[in-house]
Design a binder for this molecule. Sequence first.
Ligand code: UTP
Length: 462
Amino acid sequence: MNPELEERLKRFGQSHLLRFWDELSDPERARLIDQLERFDFGLIETLFSQAAADEHWEQLAEKAIVPPAITLDDFANANSYDKAYRIGTSALEAGKIGMILVAGGQGTRLGFDYPKGMFPIGPVSDRTLYQVHFEHVLGRSRQFGTTIPLYVMTSPPTHDETTRFLTEHDFFGIAPENVKIFCQGVMPAVDEHGKLLLEEKGKVFVSPDGHGGTLAALVNSGCLADAQQRGVEHLFYGQVDNPMIQICDPALIGYHLHSGSEMTSQVVRKNEPTQKVGNVVEVDGKVHIIEYSDLPEKYARQTNADGSLKLWAGSIAVHVFSVDFLQRSSDRADSLPFHRAIKKVAFLDDTGQRITPEQPNALKFERFIFDLLPFAENAIVCEVDPADGFCAVKNAPPAEAETPQHVKQAISDLHARWLSAAGVSVAPGVTVEISPLFAPDAATLKEKVDPGTTITRATYFK
Ligand code: UTP
């Protein structure tokens, strides 16, 4: 054992991580040392001992207003919408747009045995979340006669399986040179005394470092440089668990470009003051997102004179980033703050017995991508109707929301509305689904179906 490392562990009160050293094989020892060498124990100690940041959120919340927003009224205004659509279309046609799909989370609430992107979500087709997103990127590329490179972020727990799955499925039709899979970093978790946890006798428990790890991973993997080399100027960002993302929506991109925004965020009007979404706010001219769990309830419940919610904008984790902004922010990648969350983590006790806790027992540290927002120039928010763009798979049944069943229903309802707008009726209770390769949006669908018909059984348009 390296005496310097042993001394460091002692100094930071983490010597228990070597408790089973004598029982380990040489390869296991080498792996453990490699893992321990990478940890910044000083940082972990600081994060653990940091007082909860309640005061910080209170101060922000006190001054918070809603930032200038492009609302549903703007999207419904033909002049405004057409102009944005044209601007976005030109950027897409010129190959200036790429897509980042983050899929490094462990999907613990869903309890699925594979990476969440492999979860079957198509209400008729059973397509996986990955297939839905990949086909959407491909459908958009074809729609605008362009190439949209796709950058998929995995994490050590999801990387190998995801790479195997996507390769086996030929990237669902996207040319392999236009798909880059890159892996984010990890962070250890600590117990109530600030001690790191052992997952195995020779392995410390670690988990992905949050979607805020995207920036560092984009830079370290060379994916940001790849985008720049291709002439990509803006990256559309979405998370794998929301199959309803309006991927590379030309109007959203157009509003982003027209406002000279370096980071645009799509938002929904919150359905209740304490809805579990990040609150998009403006403080002293800068846009911030305050997590629902950090926003004191009295601020969440504030209303305007007409009774409407003051802080109405909820983030759905869809953003458009300027590549220059990401490049400029790359120095900041390692200094984005860590947020703390108390979670259940199984661990080995002093005797080497595996304990699966009933109650949350560990502090996890995660970075959030939206902490880049206050540094972005001209950041704007764009409203979307949740029925058109937001329903994420989070929970296993029998949860009351965000279960696969809810999401499948939301997809079918959306596509039934597209069909109805195209003059096709869907009989009550009938499930429908439209592949983005058939039509990536309602307007395209209109040109492809015969009005006046009625769908009477489950139908998948592909
Ligand atoms: P969530 O925080 O909802 O996590 O991530 P999750 O993994 O889907 O589910 P739980 O909380 O373990 O049940 C929202 C999105 O951000 C991605 C996830 O893959 C998901 O698409 N994410 C999250 C990452 O890419 N990396 C992370 O470290 C965390």
